[in-house]
Design a protein around this ligand. Structure first.
Ligand code: ZN
Length: 590
């Protein structure tokens, strides 16, 4: 181990995880998690920087994203413009990056024996990028065509629409991707040079103390640590706050934002989204109160909102949870896929959501709420202990991101585990403060013909994606109805029942020996069954495959399609029951 601050290990790691971990902080305050895996074929690394789109200057929208692109195009040590990408490609790997509201994340993966050379190149991104003038011009075109590709994507259109309709002049309102106009024409008009903007942006907003690095390789921890110390110690440290310069108390979601938005999509889709702005959920990671709300609202078993909507034929899908996060705020969304029949009933659909919030989630007896929470705690604990491996590049990316959000010793479990008992008075207070009709925005996405607005409505076009929309105040009647706690709850709505699939024991039975050959355990004229025991990872998991031989679909297209539909129907009718099982870790596929 080297100089500087003491090295520590993550506080917990999964039982099934035999990799070695070490957390270090360099003298320039750069945090790093090192992972040594002697058996890996692939090495990977990721750097998360707590800088992002919210820091774009109003006259150069898309600058954070542009800066992300430019870091790949040469640095003092490796000035070649495609040096890094081609090095990765030649090493059976690839590299990529993304920019969000408050973070920019760079990552790569390649053959395990090329890690040092890749890190050597990668570190130059953060210590001395060149931002060469002639490459700036070319990369502008790359950004512009990236944006053109996105223009017809409904999810991006809807995302930018809630941004564009937020408070005038707020950083949230800006255009995150950028295009030729925002990154070339507009800076030119204001008499500034884009390269100067890039240099200033990087100089002011990139700093070792807000960078989080994760490295996974075959080498031992001491070797990995010495590499990081020698390659990343000269990343400059300006000792800045994450998301420097963005005001925490400046609320982007004003009363005009909290309205009803009718939105016309590119593709035919019908979707109702309820947005509830909340505080950022990360500081309360020990209790995770919003997870209790998303668990219940998004439940698909008996008593759930989705179950009721499906019975009525109004919806096919429902998701609930914090979908957008930044350092300063979060957006909780309830997103419902409506059917054509459901469209005219969208107000009643919202009735059900508020009945559920006001009568089921809030103030019901704590014993039942505690029982539900206890199940969630158990299941997350199990998921964590016996976690499946994800690909090396995804894993390093996740952990680097976790380091920007959670205390570093919680890097492996911060987003998942429940640390402290949930305070249900605080849950009620959270609901009262944020999950009410005065803190609500509604997006109703549907084809023009289905939109419940007058024929002579004047539609607005969003600036960057040209999304067609119109804003309406939510009527006082509806606002009152949705905040009225005395309204009777639909009798079918209730909190999730006890999950019968929650496991109570997960120790393996005794000292079992793995075998490599299956044994036949059932053998009749019509049924054969084989069993093989595998205790390699000591994981309490079983996999059952049932193969039914049918020749129905073989020769006739009509029968093949009917069979396909039958399978879909089986999935659909078993969904309510299977949901509990899936929550408890039972995967179920046909
Ligand atoms: Zn890009």
């Amino acid at each position: 181990a080297g100089q500087g601050m003491a090295t520590i290990e993550p506080r917990r790691k999964p039982d099934s995880d035999n990799r070695a971990y070490r957390l270090i902080q360099l003298d320039n305050a750069l945090d790093c998690v090192l992972i040594s895996d002697p058996e890996t074929q692939t090495a990977a690394a990721a750097m998360a920087v707590a800088a992002g789109q919210l820091q774009d200057p109003p006259e150069v929208q898309g600058l954070a994203h542009f800066c992300e692109h430019m870091l790949f195009l040469g640095n003092k040590k490796f000035p070649g413009e495609s040096d890094f990408d081609s090095f990765c490609a030649q090493s059976a790997g690839y590299s990529n990056a993304w920019t969000s509201l408050d973070r920019t994340v760079y990552h790569f993966m390649l053959a395990h024996d090329r890690l040092y050379d890749a890190l050597d190149r990668f570190s130059g991104f953060f210590s001395a990028p060149l931002f060469l003038e002639d490459l700036t011009d070319r990369e502008l075109n790359a950004i512009d065509s990236e944006n053109n590709k996105n223009l017809q994507e409904d999810s991006r259109r809807e995302f930018q629409l809630w941004r564009s309709t937020s408070k005038d002049g707020h950083p949230v309102q800006r255009f995150g991707t950028g295009n030729y106009k925002t990154l070339h024409d507009m800076p030119l008009e204001s008499g500034t040079n884009i390269r100067e903007h890039l240099l200033r942006f990087w100089g002011q907003n990139y700093s070792a103390n807000i960078m989080k690095l994760c490295i996974l390789g075959r080498e031992n921890l001491d070797t990995l640590e010495s590499w990081v110390r020698s390659l990343f110690s000269d990343v400059p440290n300006n000792n800045i706050e994450p998301l420097r310069g963005v005001l925490k108390d400046d609320d982007p979601f004003n009363s005009a934002w909290k309205s009803m938005y009718h939105i016309v999509p590119v593709k035919e889709r019908r979707k109702l989204v309820l947005y509830f702005p909340t505080d950022s959920t990360y500081p309360n990671f020990r209790q995770k109160p919003t997870r209790f709300l998303s668990h219940c609202l998004g439940h698909e078993g008996p008593g759930s909102i989705l179950s009721l909507l499906k019975k009525k034929g109004w919806a096919t899908d429902l998701g609930a949870g914090t979908a957008t996060q930044s350092t300063h705020f979060a957006l909780f969304e309830v997103s419902i896929k409506l059917t054509e029949e459901g469209m005219p009933h969208y107000e009643e659909v919202i009735d059900f959501v508020f009945q559920y919030i006001n009568s089921c989630l809030r103030g019901t007896n704590n014993e039942e709420r505690r029982r539900i929470r206890h199940e969630c705690e158990m299941l997350e604990e199990l998921n964590f202990r016996f976690r499946n491996r994800v690909r090396e590049d995804q894993y390093t990316e996740q952990l680097a991101c976790n380091l920007t959000r959670y205390p570093r010793e919680e890097v492996l479990c911060g987003p998942d585990l429940f640390y402290d008992p949930l305070d249900f008075d605080a849950v009620d207070a959270l609901i009262d403060r944020h999950f009410n009709s005065k803190n609500l925005r509604i997006d109703l996405v549907a084809p023009l013909a289905d939109q419940p607005v007058d024929g002579d409505t004047e539609w607005t076009e969003e600036t960057w994606y040209k999304t067609k929309y119109v804003r309406r105040d939510i009527s006082p009647d509806l606002l009152a109805r949705w905040s009225d706690r005395s309204i009777k709850c639909h009798p079918d709505l209730h909190l999730p029942r006890a999950n019968p699939y929650t496991p109570e024991q997960w120790e393996l039975k005794g000292n079992l020996q793995s075998s490599t050959t299956p044994t036949k355990v059932i053998d009749t004229d019509t049924v054969q069954a084989w069993h093989v025991l595998d205790t390699t990872y000591g994981v309490p998991k079983a996999s059952v495959r049932i193969q039914l031989s049918s020749f129905v679909g073989e020769k006739c297209a009509r029968k093949a399609v009917s069979l396909r539909m039958l399978l879909e129907l089986i999935q659909e009718v078993t969904n309510e029951e299977a949901y509990d099982a899936e929550e408890a870790g039972f995967g179920f596929f046909i």
